[in-house]
Write a protein that binds this ligand. Structure first.
Ligand SMILES: Nc1ncnc2c1ncn2[C@@H]1O[C@H](COP(=O)(O)OP(=O)(O)OP(=O)(O)O)[C@@H](O)[C@H]1O
Length: 571
């Protein structure tokens, strides 16, 4: 239960004390309405305790006295009016408090997603490359929605708790024995149903785990769909997806049982308790019919509240797992922030130097004593066997990894002193793994950057050798790359990715195996286009292809952890 209150009071972007205050006001209105019921019932029952007779006792007497004190005649008409106004007011204030809480819940979901995305963008490359994409997809979509539900449940739980306390207090004034009975039955009911709470919590955790697993597997399946389909080898995927689905089914079944046991079991316990209370109160406590009537209503309300609290606690237990999962993922991602970087303005037009740079992944040494220069406004080509460390070398320059020792400088300034975000804005990058957005080609090139002009796009399209291809499409740049799907060739994808890197007119252009899927003629055209622009960019190419080797100003070979210069264009 502590966890529920923790969520209510600690969720970001909410005003728990405002909601709590409104709930208290609502409960107070209800208390006034119910208190006025006692003398009203006494009048209707025409008892000696009725207002007409002038003789009151207990709460009824206090209400009449209070009314006379504020100058209101305690007639049936006035009492009914007070009951009506107080209960309507309670409904109105309660509506605003809980609607505000519902809006807050929506905000909680959005805020969690924002924090997770911000943390993700700020995370270190090493952390990011170790994560499963599906985990984040699941957290941002399903888990965050359920986490927001957890907040709403917690808010409702607090509302019900406030109400329960008020009901118990009024019942105490009506007849302390009834209040005690109600409280005892409520507590016994909650305690005896503790196992349902645990069952729901377990079901909630299983549901979150299996949903996440389903998302992870589906994302992986779709990412590998072509080889899997071509070789018809989805059996292991199907088996693991099916296992996750069966776990999800079991969790949902368990949730259903716990829910129904709480609802039906709670109703049965309430009915038995009510019969017992009426019998015991009338036979042994000799409670007056007025007290029994109003007390009975209150008693039912107390029990009803306990029942609702129980159900909310249970629903909350189911959604808490999602809330916890998202919070943990946020904390983990934030803890893996990219190391604090420098603040100096980058001069991306200068030479880049590696001085005695060593780097290893964990205990695996990849680069040793690297001493190279990547000259400004020239084409530097890195070649070497697969797995020799070419991509790692470039990742060090982008600041995705930090050297174990040695230093990297840009225009004479150490990389760690440079504002790396500003530097990255000056970089155009085409990675080995080509992945286009399910969006128009224009969007794939601009990536949502509205500052880019039609001229920028046309320039990039021309350099990437895409002009004829775009012209052949009926919708040109507005053709959806997603809908084209498999109809885009590997080479067309590469050229779109190249245009994406060129469109911002960067200072440094990094191309990782960018023309590997092109025919020699198209490759030669693109290499020629980019070579002509070498005076505009510092170009770093990772490749095995001769077309690039031939146009290199500097040629380095990465082998056995060392980087050696193996060619330099004549000055
Ligand atoms: N995130 C990582 N964690 C641990 N080891 C890694 C990681 N990334 C790469 N490696 C290892 O570092 C070595 C160099 O990898 P890198 O990707 O830099 O090679 P490469 O020369 O670019 O290869 P290719 O030409 O095949 O792309 C390889 O042995 C690889 O297994």
């Amino acid at each position: 239960m502590r966890k529920v209150f923790h969520i209510f009071f600690n969720a970001e972007g909410t005003r728990p004390f405002l909601v709590l205050f409104a709930l208290l006001v609502a409960a107070l209105c209800e208390a006034i309405g119910i208190s006025a019921l006692l003398p009203a019932v006494a009048i209707v029952a025409d008892q000696p305790g009725g207002a007409a007779s002038g003789s009151h006792s207990g709460l009824s007497q206090r209400v009449v006295t209070a009314l006379e004190w504020v100058g209101i005649d305690p007639t049936l008409g006035n009492l009914v009016l007070i009951i009506g106004v107080a209960l309507v007011l309670k409904a109105v204030v309660g509506f605003f408090a809980l609607t505000y809480a519902a809006n807050s819940a929506a905000r909680v979901g959005v805020r969690m997603r924002e924090r997770l995305l911000d943390a993700l963008f700020g995370a270190s490359w090493r952390f990011y490359s170790e994560q499963q994409a599906g985990s984040f997809a699941s957290a941002i979509s399903a888990d965050a929605t359920r986490a927001a539900d957890a907040y709403l449940m917690a808010a409702n739980f607090c509302a019900m708790s406030v109400q329960a306390v008020i009901y118990v207090i009024i019942t105490l004034f009506v007849d302390w024995r009834l209040a005690l009975l109600g409280l005892t039955v409520g507590i016994v009911m909650s305690q005896s149903m503790g196992f349902l709470f645990r069952m729901s919590k377990r079901a909630g955790r299983r549901q979150v785990d299996s949903t996440r697993e389903l998302t992870v597997k589906t994302v992986e399946l779709l990412g590998n769909i072509k080889p899997l389909k071509t070789m018809h080898r989805y059996n292991s995927f199907r088996t693991s997806i099916r296992k996750a689905m069966l776990r999800l089914e079991k969790a949902l079944r368990q949730r259903g049982v716990a829910q129904q046991l709480t609802v039906q079991g709670g109703d049965a316990v309430m009915a038995i308790a009510l019969c017992l209370v009426i019998y015991v109160s009338y036979t042994y406590f000799h409670i007056t019919i007025t007290a029994l009537l109003v007390g009975g209503i209150l008693f039912m309300k107390v029990l009803d509240n306990f029942g609702k609290l129980q159900r909310l606690l249970q629903q909350s237990a189911q959604t808490q797992a999602s809330y916890d999962r998202v919070q943990q993922l946020i904390a983990l991602t934030e803890a893996n922030r990219e190391a604090a970087r420098g603040t100096r303005e980058p001069d991306a037009t200068g030479d880049c130097r590696f001085e005695h740079v060593n780097f290893s992944y964990g205990g695996h040494d990849v680069l040793q004593d690297v001493n190279i220069v990547v000259p400004s406004r020239q084409v530097t080509v890195l070649k070497g066997l697969s797995g020799s460390g070419k991509t790692t070398l470039v990742d060090l320059l982008i600041g995705l990894h930090q050297p174990k020792s040695g230093r990297i400088t840009l225009a004479g300034v150490a990389l760690e002193d440079i504002d790396i975000i500003k530097l990255r804005r000056r970089i155009g990058y085409v990675s080995q793994e080509l992945s286009l957005l399910h969006a128009p080609i224009r969007e794939n090139i601009c990536l949502g950057d509205e500052s880019l002009t039609e001229d920028d796009i046309a320039h990039a399209v021309k350099l990437a050798g895409l002009e004829d291809f775009i012209a052949s499409l009926p919708q040109g740049l507005d053709t959806s790359a997603g809908e084209m799907g498999a109809r885009l060739s590997g080479g067309q994808r590469q050229r779109i990715a190249l245009a994406r890197a060129l469109v911002t007119r960067p200072d440094i252009l990094i191309l990782d195996e960018v023309t590997s899927a092109l025919d020699p003629a198209t490759e030669a055209e693109i290499v020629g286009n980019i070579r002509k622009l070498a005076h505009e960019f510092t170009i770093i190419v990772i490749t095995h292809r001769d077309a690039w080797v031939e146009v290199a100003d500097r040629l380095y070979e990465v082998r056995g952890g060392r980087v050696n210069e193996v060619g330099r264009a004549a000055a």
